[in-house]
Ligand binder design. Structure first.
Ligand code: DC
Length: 230
């Protein structure tokens, strides 16, 4: 059976990755976390001190560095998790820090960064069989994806979910800081010129404020089965 392309877009911290990962595992598709790729580019900028004290970025230097850095995602067979690499170094934990989270929207708004990542993502999904999670997958990366989901949840629920996730990883953050970061990223992600976050006309909307993971999964799997004619 031909494998389709599944695009899962939506706001920060509304459980897109969790949904996308669970679906990919169940149907035997590859999960691609595109936010991790923009986070990895941000880590390159931070490691090379490309931000000044006002968070102005040396974009020309970042462009040079990205051209010589391999950003990839690999499945860890021991845990089943997808991990992000810069060249051969696993940066999965580092890219989740608040230092990266608070600057990633600046990097993700740069046209050369978007062109670079979109090209990589299109190569990864060229043969179908991917569940790709991001902001512009159904609008820009794969506008012809056979199944598009747009996920949303209330800002309070999203902040609490991300806060609990970071705490569980042992990171020192306050709920206020997380909530502020989410609302800043929402603003930048929806207002940037280059492929802003918006709902594709043919996307199915999932507001999961009051849905459990299981309920969402059942809905998603039903949509998938419908699209592939199962
Ligand atoms: O999904 P995430 O929170 O890890 O994404 C990190 C940032 O990357 C987010 O603030 C917006 C940006 N992003 C994007 O611009 N386009 C994508 N396809 C995925 C993420």
């Amino acid at each position: 059976m031909k494998k389709i392309t599944i695009a899962i877009d939506g706001y920060s911290s509304c459980g897109k990755s969790t949904m996308a990962k669970a679906l990919a595992k169940r149907i035997g598709y590859v999960f691609v976390d595109t936010g991790a790729m923009y986070r990895a580019a941000t880590l390159v900028a931070l490691r090379n001190n490309l931000f000044d004290e006002n968070n102005n970025l040396d974009a020309p230097r970042l462009e040079e560095l990205l051209a010589e850095t391999r950003v990839s995602q690999q499945n860890n067979p021991a845990t089943g998790a997808t991990e992000t690499f810069l060249n051969n170094q696993n940066v999965e934990n580092e890219i989740r820090s608040m230092e990266v989270s608070s600057r990633v929207s600046i990097v993700a708004a740069l046209p050369f960064v978007r062109r670079h990542m979109v090209r990589l993502q299109q190569e990864m999904g060229h043969d179908g069989g991917v569940v790709m999670d991001g902001r512009d997958i159904g609008t820009t990366v794969f506008p012809d994806a056979q199944l598009k989901i747009f996920v949303t949840a209330s800002p309070e629920v999203r902040a609490m979910r991300r806060y609990e996730e970071l705490k569980a990883k042992g990171m020192e953050v306050s709920l206020e800081e997380v909530a502020r970061n989410i609302s800043e990223r929402d603003y930048i992600d929806t207002h940037r010129e280059e492929s802003p976050l918006r709902q594709a006309a043919d996307a199915v909307v999932f507001d999961n404020t009051n849905l459990s993971r299981e309920e969402q999964f059942v809905m998603l799997l039903a949509l998938f089965n419908e699209r592939v004619g199962n």
